[in-house]
Design a protein around this ligand. Structure first.
Ligand SMILES: *Cc1c(COP(=O)(O)O)cnc(C)c1O
Length: 380
């Protein structure tokens, strides 16, 4: 089936008792057993829930994996991935400006359990190759990165890691499977914060992991049940519902993103623009090869904190908020919001200046978004 058909149907059947078209919210903690040891495969809802299973099967189909596991947040999904695959003494190569919460989990928590992490500029495949040690068991990639939209070559990195038995994990939150499918490029595992584009309506927090190896899936299900950070039935249902429009939403996000990036690129007040869909992006060729669109995350520099404040506080359609990937357009100041926990020297090195502004372009009318930006950039 095609992608849009799968978003609507994969993993879902009409409800067997009523024929309801939509998978019900199985809001139950336990299941009646017909006799001792006689049940339909459902005993307790941490272990099994039909609404959650429908979502897991749906996202697995979209990412072309063999199975999925849904968690209470994107961070819980990443935590479960690491604890499923690694043990004390193992080493992980991580792309350097990875999501702040991922860095915090690795550096402040998992490091204390005997795991080692190296943060490297994964936009250069040879740097990843050089960082691999005898005890490296995982490469954790995010592409494009947040907020400076640096890419890494999933196919090339997978080609060098897989023969060594190193798991390649890609956080695909920014692109969604509509625009980028890491498993088709050779990755073993995809993780998502479903909070962003998959759910797409800024009304649920969740995460999902999709795997390519049935044994890894079994282990991940075991960890999901044992550690217990499951996605609730209602959040599973919301996310399933959100995904039904993923293809049409992403198409519009991408279209609005292209137009706004073009407008910003031509604007005299903007010095630096971070967006992979312009020929001026240093990895434009890779973006075209690896993604089927460029998404709707755009960052630009207006020169100073004071200038940034004028933009951030002056817009009316864009809402000043953290997060991304919803139907509504958001604007944020990475240096003081999403990346405040990153040390200043590191922020500088990554290009996260005081004047940097990040957009998550929504699917409102393009004319309204352009007028909003035009009106505020005039004041600079
Ligand atoms: C938001 C986000 C996460 C964390 O997800 P939560 O649902 O907030 O826990 C991980 N990776 C990326 C790229 C994100 O944007």
């Amino acid at each position: 089936m095609g992608f849009a058909t799968d978003t609507i149907h994969a993993g879902q059947q009409p409800d067997p008792t009523t024929g309801a078209v939509t998978v019900p919210i199985y809001q139950t903690s336990t299941y009646v057993q017909e006799g001792l040891g006689k049940h339909k495969g459902f005993e307790y809802a941490r272990t099994h829930n039909p609404t959650r299973a429908a979502l897991e099967n749906n996202v697995a189909a979209l990412e072309k994996g063999v199975g999925g596991c849904a968690f209470a947040s994107g961070m819980a999904a990443i935590h479960a991935t690491v604890t499923t695959l690694l043990k004390a003494g193992d080493h992980v190569v991580v792309s350097d400006n990875t999501y702040g919460g991922t860095f915090r989990l690795f550096d402040k928590i998992l490091k204390n359990f005997g795991l080692e992490f190296s943060y490297v500029d994964a936009s250069d495949t040879s740097v990843v190759a050089a960082a691999i040690q005898p005890n490296t068991r995982m490469v954790f990639l995010e592409t494009p990165t947040n907020p400076v939209m640096r890419l890494c070559d999933i196919q090339a990195i997978a080609a060098l890691a897989r023969p060594k038995g190193i798991h390649v994990v890609v956080d695909n939150t920014f692109m969604s499977p509509y625009l980028q499918r890491p498993i088709e490029l050779g990755a073993d595992i995809v993780v998502h914060s479903t909070t962003k584009y998959l759910n797409g309506h800024s009304d649920s927090v969740g995460g999902v992991v999709v795997v390519t190896d049935p044994d890894v899936h079994a282990r991940l299900l075991y960890v999901q049940n044992a550690a217990g950070a499951i996605l609730s039935p209602f959040d599973s249902w919301l996310t399933l519902r959100g995904i039904k429009t993923l293809a049409v939403r992403m198409k519009q996000h991408d279209e609005n993103g292209r137009a706004i990036a073009k407008y910003l690129d031509e604007h005299p007040k903007i010095s630096t623009l971070y967006y992979p869909g312009l020929p001026t992006h240093p990895q434009f060729e890779l973006a075209n090869r690896q993604m089927t669109g460029f998404g709707a995350m755009i960052a630009f520099d207006v020169g100073s904190a004071a200038q940034a404040r004028i933009v951030l506080e002056g817009v009316k359609v864009f809402a000043l908020a953290e997060s991304l990937g919803g139907v509504e357009s958001l604007i944020c100041h990475p240096a003081s919001m999403t990346h405040a926990s990153v040390p200043e020297s590191e922020r500088e090195r990554l290009g996260i200046t005081e004047g940097l502004v990040r957009l998550s372009v929504g699917i409102e009318d393009l004319e309204d978004l352009l007028a909003d930006l035009d009106h505020v950039l005039e004041k600079l």
